[in-house]
Write a protein that binds this ligand. Structure first.
Ligand code: TRP
Length: 457
């Protein structure tokens, strides 16, 4: 038994920690328990989506009828498997909640880290991924798909943001060292560009953007959130009483802020900046605002943590009107990894570990029959001690993918634990549902094939 295994997440690695509680703690994620959702999807109801960052920004936007966006991405590097479908499940859910959806095809990342040519990446993305996204119910009219290699703003943004970080930070986040290929340094910066660009004026403007991903992608979100806040001209934080806005003087905003190259402060200019801040906050309905240009702060004693989001948004707008980027740190949600069929990690390069969305029924049934079971080694023992649905791949696949009915799942969960349902019977139920799900999908793929092009417009 490994006692003190270091909790680590590597977006390109093959081994990941799956101690989700520890991951939440170590990386400062927020738990999904206690987050109220109007119409949770099955991944929410079952705790598969287990953590988030700043999801409240998005839920509040929805509540008040304000716009919000969804951005996620795919790396075109092989066949699409069930694990990949979770992100689309989530994007579709947010889309149904009113979000506009943008999907990045990470063809640059794929060419840099997997050796897939751009042309090949394009083909895989279109025929394999987007075709399935359409079939899974993503609405082409409310979705835009783009290629990293073709959206120059994404690369430009990545390059600009590179100025706000350094190798030491990337070493800390990704575990890089001197031998790390530079493609792995560039890819996260481009991904930061992916994540942040939808809030630029040309792509929908300032609004919360949520990034639904597997937990392996959280390092990129940590990086991106850090980069965004480092560019911010105004920072909102908790004060002893209420909230405090701090002004951040930077190389590229100093003169706008009234700090001349000599270091001298242009009092007139500074006064104007501070009255702009006060005005932006006043417009939100606060009247007690204490401006302290000397300290570079503005205090709002009657504001609470709950008001942070609104004040932050108002100040980002102000920053933009003054010539800054006004970037809002992205929100995110994280899903767990589905276990591989063999009980190990699911991987496209090991066909036996996963069901592909294009698997035919016979192949799928064969994989499920051979899948790792949480049953006992003999029927007698199973009847006596019961099985473990948490380890049983057939059960897990029904829970993650194939079965919508919560009460039915609960029933077979208990039946399995009690030894009433045998491992073979569990597999049979899974095969039946997988058969239906996969044939359904394949039929949908035919029906929606003509929509694929619309995703790129
Ligand atoms: N890195 C992601 C992967 O490995 C793909 C990706 C690129 C992405 N850009 C993104 C994911 C932006 C989420 C958001 O699959």
């Amino acid at each position: 038994m490994i006692m003190d295994e270091e909790v680590s997440i590597d977006p390109w690695g093959s081994s990941q920690s799956t101690d989700y509680s520890k991951i939440i703690e170590k990386f400062g994620l927020s738990r999904m328990d206690g987050v109220f959702l109007d119409s949770p999807s099955k991944l929410h109801r079952r705790g598969v989506v287990f953590a988030h960052r700043d999801l409240d920004l998005v839920l509040n936007a929805k509540k008040s009828g304000d716009p919000f966006g969804v951005l996620t991405g795919l790396m075109p590097s092989g066949k699409m498997h069930l694990g990949h479908s979770m992100v689309i499940d989530q994007a579709t859910w947010f889309q149904q909640q009113g979000g506009d959806v943008t999907i990045a095809v990470a063809d640059l990342e794929s060419t840099a880290t997997r050796g897939i040519s751009l042309a090949e990446g394009r083909k895989i993305a279109t025929e394999e991924y987007i075709a399935n996204y359409a079939a899974l119910g993503l609405d082409p009219n409310k979705t835009t798909v783009y290629f990293q290699s073709e959206r120059s703003i994404v690369q430009k943004l990545g390059f600009q943001l590179g100025k706000r970080t350094n190798l030491t930070e990337l070493e800390a986040i990704y575990g890089f060292d001197g031998s790390t290929n530079l493609a792995h340094v560039q890819a996260p910066l481009v991904q930061a560009g992916d994540i942040l660009h939808p809030q630029l004026e040309d792509f929908g403007g300032l609004r919360p953007i949520v990034v639904p991903v597997g937990i392996d992608q959280d390092p990129h979100l940590r990086l991106t959130r850090g980069l965004a806040s480092k560019t911010n001209w105004f920072n909102v934080s908790d004060a002893k009483i209420g909230l405090q806005v701090g002004v951040s003087i930077q190389e590229d905003n100093a003169s706008v802020m009234g700090v001349e190259t000599s270091g001298r402060v242009n009092k007139e200019r500074q006064k104007e900046v501070f009255s702009n801040i006060v005005e932006a906050i006043r417009q939100l309905g606060y009247s007690d605002i204490i401006s302290n240009p000397k300290h570079g702060t503005v205090n709002v004693p009657s504001a609470t943590s709950k008001d942070k989001g609104a004040i932050r948004m108002a100040l980002l707008s102000l920053e933009r009107s003054m010539g800054g980027m006004g970037l809002l740190a992205p929100s995110s949600t994280y899903h767990r990894f589905a276990v591989g069929m063999t009980g190990d990690k699911m991987s496209s390069s090991k066909p036996k570990t996963t069901l592909f969305l294009s698997d035919d029924i016979t192949t799928a049934a064969k994989k499920i029959k051979k899948s790792f079971s949480g049953g006992q080694s003999t029927i007698e023992e199973h009847r006596r001690h019961g099985g473990d649905p948490d380890k049983d791949v057939a059960y897990q696949y029904m829970m993650y993918f194939f079965e919508e009915d919560d009460s039915f799942l609960e029933e077979i969960n208990q039946g399995y634990r009690a030894g009433k349902i045998l491992a073979g019977e569990m597999k049979q139920m899974c095969i039946e549902r997988a058969t239906e799900w996969l044939s359904n999908l394949s039929q949908k793929r035919d029906e929606t094939a003509h929509l694929v092009d619309q995703f790129f417009e």
